[in-house]
Structure formats: C-alpha cells, structure tokens
Design a protein around this ligand. Sequence first.
Ligand code: GAP
Length: 456
Amino acid sequence: MAHTNNVQPTLNDIVALCKRRGFIFPSSEIYGGFAASWDYGPLGVELKNNVKQLWWRDVVTNSDNVVGMDGAITTHPRVWEASGHVEGFHDPMVDCKTCGHRFRADKLDEETCPNKPSKKVSECGGELTDVRNFNLMFKLHWGPVEDSANITYLRPETCQTIFPNFKNILTVSRMRVPFGIAQVGKSFRNEITTKSFIFRQREFEQMELEFFSHPDEAKKWFEYWLERRKKWYIGIGVREENLRMRQHDADELAHYADDCYDVEYKFPMGWSELEGIANRTNYDLTRHMEFSKKDLSYRDDITGEKYIPYVIESSAGVDRTILVLLSDAYDIDQAPNDKGEMEERLVLRFSPQVAPVSVAVFPLFKKPNLVEIARKIESDLRGPYRTMYDETGNIGKRYRRQDEIGTPLCITVDYDSLDDHAVTIRNRDSMEQVRVGIDQIHQAVADQMKSMCSSI
Ligand code: GAP
C-alpha cells in the first residue's frame, strides 16, 4: 500500500545513511576514495540484486517474446566505429588555466568553482581554454603489446553487444520478429563531471532491452514499452508523483533516434533522467551490416518480406534505480521509544520486493529458551524470505535499526511465547503489532508483505 512520506531527503542525507548502514561506501576509502567510484556493501548488494532480478523477471521471464544474453565488456573495436562512438561519443570540455580543473563546457552555469565554492565556473573569472571534444570511452590495450593495433574500449553501453549478436540469437532462440534481447551489465564512461553520488559514475550498471520490430510496427511497440516501463517502477514501489515521462525535443535526439522519452525522477537534486526509451530505427543493424559486411536483415518466413528491423530500446540505470528507491523510501516520522516517549524515527519505506531484509527476528532477551525459538523461526523463514537475526541492544533500538534499513516486518519472541506459542509481528509502516501463533507465521508474513506491496 503506497505510503505518504513526510520528508524529501537531501543527497547528503542519503549518502550518510548509505555509509552508516552499509548500503554504499566510497570506493578505496582507506586510500582517500576514488573519484566517482562507489562500492556496494552487504545491504546495497541485496538491494541491487533485487532490482536486477525484478527487472529480469518482468522484462525477460514474464515475456514470451524476450530472451536474454550476457555479452563481453570488451569487444572488437570495430563495434565502436560502427556504433558511432569512436567518432561521436563526446562531451565538450574546457580546462581552467587558473585552477587546473576540467569542466563540461555546456554546464559552466551548474558547476561550482573549486577555488571559489560560492561561485559557478561561469562567473568565477578563471581563464578557460577553448572548447575541445573529449571522447568518453575508456581506451585500453587488448593483449600484451601496447601498440595502436591493439586498442579497444570498455563498453560505454551494453546494447552494442546485442546488435552484433542479432542473427546468432534469432537462430538459436527460434524467435520471430517482433522479439527482444535483454542484457544487464556494467558500462564505463569517462565522465568529465562526476557528482551526485551514484547518479553519475564512471563505472555503472545498465539494464537494456533492444526490441526488434517491423518498421511499420515500431511506433506501436514504442508506446507499449513506454507504458510498461513506467508501470514497472510503480510496481516496485516508486511513487507515481515522483515520476514523469519527458519527450526529447528534436534538437536533443541522439543521431540514431527517431523518438525518445526519458523516464525522469524527482531526485534530491531535481528532475533527472532515470531511463531512456528510444526508437533507434534500423540505425544500429544497418551500421553493423556496413562495417561487418554481414547480412543482419530479417526474412519473415510467413510473408516472405525481407527487411532490417527497427529497434525500440529501453535503457535503464541500475545505480540510478537504487538512488530512486533510497530517495523515494526515505522518511522521518515519530515513534515511541522504550519509555513510551515519542521521538524521531528514520525509516526506509521500501516495497517488500526490494527490501534487502524482509523479516528480522529477535528474542526479547538473550535467554537460551527465547533464543532457541527465535533462531528456529528465523531459519524456517530463511529461503522464502531474506531474514536477519538480532539479539543485541534493547528492543526499541533493534526496531530502529531495522526501520533504517527498510525491513518491512520484525518478529519478537517474548516470555509469553513459551506459554502461548505465539509471537509479535510488528509492521514497519503502521508500527502495529499483532500476536500470531508460531504455526501461523508463514501465512501472516505473506499477508502483511502483500499488503505492503504496490497494488500494480
Ligand atoms: N543505450 C542507450 C544508452 O546508453 P543513455 O541515456 O546514455 O542511453 C541509459 O544511458 C541509462 O544509463 C541512463 O538513463 C542512466 O540511468 C544510466 N547511465 C548513463 N550514464 C550513467 C553514468 N555515468 N552513471 C550512472 N548511470 C548512468
């Protein structure tokens, strides 16, 4: 059930919570950190895996016309010539001769001057170089010899390993157009501006679907995926009022796109792109045909028509989805402490589907007979649910710890449990506590979880 939140967190609130609770840490922290690089901790990786699994289940498993693949991160360099990235994957940049920093030339009004933090780069008076184009792909030498013949790139998007495999997958999967190929994996971009936590990184993960259709049906599938992708976000608990679909203006469209919408989210720093949904036309297959000299066209075995399919792409960022979920779930309300006094409570209102821990189980006191029952309940629930056992600190503190990591339900075993063979189940959002027989726990947990999921 959707919950109305009281606060909109700042990015600093989210960064602090992530570090404190083990969602995300600055990478290489003991060496002073590494620009725009973040490591996911125990809870972060659960959250991330849940997101990727939910995406895969929706886009691949629950579709009868989508199959998956997992391509290499490094590919033949011709892939990136064909895709247009070698020639055109640039950001315009300038260097400041005064402070020695590099900035996106088109973002000087937004960038803060490192020497004069109260001023933007456009107004700080630093002497800037002329604008130069900076290719965002990371170059590397493939093999033991470091010469120009061995140069290739880390992939800046996952989809370019899908297009060269179009024919392979068509053959082995026995699919017919319309059908899609999906992939989840790492991408790399040497971003000039890296800020906003995990929003813009140099190494990040994407969930991409390339859906191949007859050119005459591309518009229909484009609309279908627009609708379906928005529904997915709402289904995993994102509040609809924080999402919007923004169509690209003609001068904003990528060179390959006929039409494109960004799924935008109201991030702590403002509305920004979470996912792009584009009609890529037959640009990619055509280019890979030209560069590889291989035929990537499709022959319809019923009509006999031969054509180069159009591609509808849905390209979502895993890390941006994580930031969305953290931001959307973050809330502060009032809760009673052990003395019954009301105090502030930080709570993540994750949908149970994404919550890193589904159920926490506590013995009220660390007494062997209570511990034994609590441990048994926890191990019985483990598997169907992601569980956590905690016996340290007073019960109020334990609830607070679970609230802060978004655990939907807590189960407490107390002395009465020894007689009535029942436990208390406490709901994170309503804070209501109900007494449930130990033999009824599975059903009660399932019912409460269901009621906390989005209705979509
Ligand atoms: N294949 C199309 C493509 O890659 P994109 O708009 O450049 O399109 C798609 O990227 C998504 O990938 C974005 O909407 C965003 O969620 C994610 N993304 C792109 N660059 C990113 C970065 N530097 N850090 C984190 N996520 C990024």
